[in-house]
Design a protein around this ligand. Structure first.
Ligand code: B12
Ligand code: SF4
Ligand code: SF4
Length: 157
């Protein structure tokens, strides 16, 4: 609920899109934080794709910065895609005509959500319990694939 009478109200933004959350990458591009790379995630000039996004809804009108011209992918040899263990970008699955818009996943419509998700399921299966600082008992630590993120050279320096 908005915090009425105490300045600008805030609303909790659910994380998942199907529960009322927003498309965080698209919102970030529109807010001028970076661009969607050929790895289908937000690439920022400062940290490359190695960022995690959260949103808070404010009860206020704030003008959007708008997208920037930042585009590191135009001079890159697709290091992100080559690092994918599942070849999630191997086939063009989305076409502008079918999708009703020019903006497509991974720019050219080649990102396969089920194929990438298969890697996440594999990562879950091989995860083992480990002793972790701050926890009394061993906990299951899942090391989800981040190859398309970690292979990107942007922001590494
Ligand atoms: C569901 C989900 C998944 C699913 C499906 C992914 C998908 N693309 O659909 C699975 C489990 C496979 C997944 C995998 C990963 N995910 Co994920 N995922 C999400 C979640 C919850 C929703 C994404 C979604 O449904 N998008 C809608 C679909 C239709 O769109 P899309 O495929 O992303 O394509 C759009 C963009 O490409 C965009 N676009 C393309 N060009 C342009 C240009 C402009 C100008 C604009 C405005 C938009 C735009 O338009 C397309 C159509 O809308 C978000 C959190 C959130 N609430 O946003 C995190 C999120 C996207 N995931 C994230 C991450 C890090 C990952 C992984 C690296 C796994 C990991 N180790 O964490 C992989 C990377 C996969 C990849 N290369 O895309 C981060 C990305 C951070 C970043 N730097 O952008 C997010 C934002 C979570 C977070 N809290 O930060 N994910
Ligand atoms: S590795 Fe290259 S093509 Fe992939 S997101 Fe980074 S700059 Fe773009
Ligand atoms: S998270 Fe791993 S499996 Fe999914 S697209 Fe990136 S590199 Fe491929």
């Amino acid at each position: 609920m908005p915090d009425a009478g105490k300045g600008i109200g805030t609303f909790h933004m659910p994380y998942h899109v199907e529960k009322g959350g927003t498309y965080l990458k698209d919102a970030s591009v529109l807010a001028g934080l970076g661009c969607i790379g050929r790895n289908n995630i937000l690439v920022t000039p400062e940290f490359g794709p190695r960022v995690r996004l959260r949103a808070l809804t404010l009860d206020a009108e704030i003008p959007s910065t708008g997208p920037t011209a930042f585009d590191p992918c135009s001079d890159c040899d697709d290091l992100c895609r080559k690092a994918c263990p599942q070849n999630s970008f191997g086939e063009k699955l989305y076409h502008s005509n079918d999708y009703g818009q020019e903006i497509l996943p991974a720019r050219d419509g080649s990102f396969s959500r089920p194929v990438c998700n298969g890697q996440m399921e594999e990562d879950n299966t091989v995860a083992r319990e480990q002793t972790v600082e701050g926890f009394d008992d061993p906990v299951k630590v899942i090391k989800y694939c981040r190859n398309c993120e970690l292979a990107c050279p942007v922001g590494k320096n």
